[in-house]
Design a protein around this ligand. Structure first.
Ligand code: CA2
Length: 143
């Protein structure tokens, strides 16, 4: 089983700024933690981060036939991107929406997710552990 972990805009800055919202771990730390967790679960993980919406759409399209499911922290595009939603709906790869922060406890514009309805579930608010929990949920779901 292969899972693609996709991260959106500004998540390359993790660990450097805004630790009150996003914690102190870098994206490389999170990817290492997920690689270790994937080994325990006996699955493979691949990683991609981009600040560019179209590159994330391309990554979702290219995942077909390579990956069995996606963990997606679309970051700010969560709240704005019809393109990402359409890509997820088109490829039909089971996807879990991931957020480090509890988006529902933050500004109102973060309360709306355009991608949530085309995902199998959503994990928000557990910091880096959101990714680990999402990996477990997706692997269990895929059986
Ligand atoms: O909580 C999350 O994971 C978010 O997806 C993070 C996004 C935000 O727009 C979403 O509403 C919730 C922002 C990611 C920005 O990451 C930064 C990391 C370090 C410094 C500055 C920004």
């Amino acid at each position: 089983m292969k899972i693609l972990v996709l991260n959106g805009p500004n998540l390359n800055l993790l660990g450097a700024r805004e630790p009150q919202h996003y914690g102190v771990q870098t994206l490389a730390d999170i990817e290492k933690m997920l690689t270790d967790e994937a080994n325990v679960l006996g699955v493979e993980v691949g990683f991609f981060q981009s600040n560019i919406e179209g590159e994330l759409v391309d990554a979702i399209q290219k995942a077909v036939g390579v990956y069995d499911g996606i963990l997606l922290n679309a970051a700010a595009y969560t709240h704005t991107s019809v393109a990402l939603r359409d890509a997820l709906a088109a490829v039909k790869l089971p996807t879990v929406e991931v957020h480090l922060s509890n988006v529902l406890s933050r500004e109102e514009f973060r309360h709306t997710s355009l991608i949530g309805a085309v995902c199998v579930g959503s994990i928000s608010g557990f910091g880096a552990d959101s990714y680990r929990l999402a990996l477990h949920g997706l692997v269990n779901r895929l059986g």
